[in-house]
Write a protein that binds this ligand. Structure first.
Ligand code: MV4
Length: 459
């Protein structure tokens, strides 16, 4: 087991990793920008080091500064959290080269899944169902037009280096393909330094369902069921739940089986998430794979009882998986609500000083957060200040608990999306569990005038 882990992150996930380390008896090193010296992750770590100015590029993304901090403190492993360098294969490689363990899968896995075209090819070969689309990279606009016509409209153009909704364009007619291809490719080249594009048939009202995978270094792979992540606005998830209201035992069995086979085929290691689109007919298709711990991991922890961050650390240190697929029992229902420092109507960030703070508690309530009274929400980083996770024996009771917990949540001095969450969990479609990735759009269209509609349109 590692002796000391450096956490190359901030906020709630840095705290989450520190908590896992504490329980394992592993030492912790927090790194922070000059703006974050008062942050909880700095206070709760055994040691801390300032690694640069507020701009993430010069601190949390500064690879030489991070490795110097590991060297100086004698950390033998680095946990990257999510975001920042968590899916940067080069960072994982440099860690290894410096003799520091990277807590995550092998760099080749990160590289493979980071290129969405290669990932799609590899996962198709490994038996995952794919939407009809291009094989390999589209070489030019003519090829895109020809293929789109064969598949039928609408289609979606995606950037090989994109992901998470960046660099996508929906095309609804033949005459618009060439222009869309040229624009999207140029945008991708500017944004990611790689203009490679691919295309797929576009699914109009999909649900986003992802399977949590855990794999050791010795070939044992288990899945921990799914998360439903369809409640999102502009590709920012707002609510996640497990199990998915759309899931049946038969569908989970099938999705789990092909997911495990695919992971076995590529010899995946450590934790990962396979994202699927589920269409209205109940067919599912591989979309992307994430090689990091995800923001929404707690809903899986609550329904399986498996500590995913602890598992990540143990697996990275070479421990064999200590349970089998048949030992995984899903029980109850968990819902996560992301609490953001943002205006509940315009969704504009709302940084500033928190003057009063009361987090909810009681039975079936978990808050993974970084906020406290007198904490200053910084404009430099993302606006997530806490995750409210509720769990109960079934979905209706989890929703009632979410309503109760939101009622107890007090945050003053800044604006938060708590009022928006209250509206979301009261939405008829959400309550029924009959929703897709457009639920937020629909809620806002029904709620208010055109100025708010402009704030939600997915572009
Ligand atoms: C799609 C799609 C429909 N059809 N691909 C968005 C995030 C990125 N992972 C891929 N995304 C989508 N890909 C096909 N062929 C719809 C989306 C999509 C979406 C997916 C999951 C959750 C929310 C979404 C919101 C808009 C679009």
């Amino acid at each position: 087991m590692f002796k000391k882990i450096l956490i190359a992150n901030r906020g709630e996930i840095a705290l989450r990793v520190i908590r896992a380390c504490r329980e394992l008896g592993v030492g912790t090193v927090a790194v922070h920008s000059t703006a974050d010296s008062e942050s909880l992750h700095v206070r709760f770590a055994d040691e801390s080091i300032c690694i640069g100015p507020p701009a993430a590029k010069e601190s949390y993304l500064n690879i030489p500064a991070l490795l110097s901090a590991a060297e100086v403190t004698g950390a033998d492993a680095i946990h990257p959290g999510y975001g920042f360098l968590s899916e940067n294969a080069e960072f994982a490689e440099v860690c290894m080269a410096c003799g520091v363990h990277f807590i995550g899968p092998r760099p080749q896995m990160i590289k493979l899944m980071g290129n969405k075209v290669r990932a799609r090819e590899a996962m198709s070969k490994a038996g995952l169902p794919l939407l009809p689309g291009s094989k390999g990279v589209l070489t030019n606009a003519e090829e895109a037009e020809k293929l789109a016509s064969e598949i039928g409209f609408p289609i979606i153009l995606k950037a090989a280096a994109g992901g998470g909704g960046r660099g996508m364009k929906i095309v609804r007619e033949k005459g618009a393909v060439r222009q869309a291809f040229v624009t999207a490719s140029a945008e991708a080249a500017a944004a990611f330094g790689n203009g490679d594009m691919y295309l797929e048939r576009y699914v109009e009202k999909p649900r986003h369902i992802e399977m949590q995978i855990v794999a050791d270094e010795h070939g044992h792979i288990v899945h921990l069921g799914e998360r439903e992540c369809s409640v999102q606005r502009r590709h920012q998830k707002l609510i996640e739940e497990s199990p998915s209201p759309a899931m049946t035992p038969a569908l989970r069995e099938k999705m789990g089986k092909v997911a495990l086979e695919a992971m076995r085929e590529i010899a995946y290691n450590n934790v990962g998430t396979i994202e699927f689109l589920l269409d209205e007919r109940g067919e599912f298709y591989f979309m992307e794979m994430n090689t990091r711990i995800q923001v929404e991991h707690p809903v899986t922890e609550q329904v399986t009882g498996v500590d995913l961050v602890r598992t990540q650390i143990l697996l990275a240190s070479g421990e064999p998986l200590w349970f089998e697929q048949k030992d995984v029992k899903l029980s109850g229902h968990a819902i996560e609500l992301r609490i953001n420092a943002e205006d509940p109507v315009t969704f504009a960030p709302s940084p500033g000083l928190i003057t009063a703070y009361n987090a909810p508690g009681g039975l079936g309530v978990r808050v993974d957060g970084m906020a406290y009274e007198q904490y200053k929400v910084l404009p430099n980083y993302d606006s997530l200040i806490a995750k409210l996770i509720v769990f109960a024996e079934d979905r209706p009771r989890a929703i009632a608990r979410a309503r109760r917990a939101l009622g107890e949540y007090v945050v003053e001095g800044i604006r938060t999306n708590i009022p928006f969450h209250k509206a979301l969990i009261a939405h008829e479609d959400f309550v029924k569990g009959e929703y897709d990735t457009r639920i937020v759009e629909r809620l806002l269209a029904a709620q208010t005038g055109p100025h708010v509609r402009a704030a939600v349109s997915s572009g």
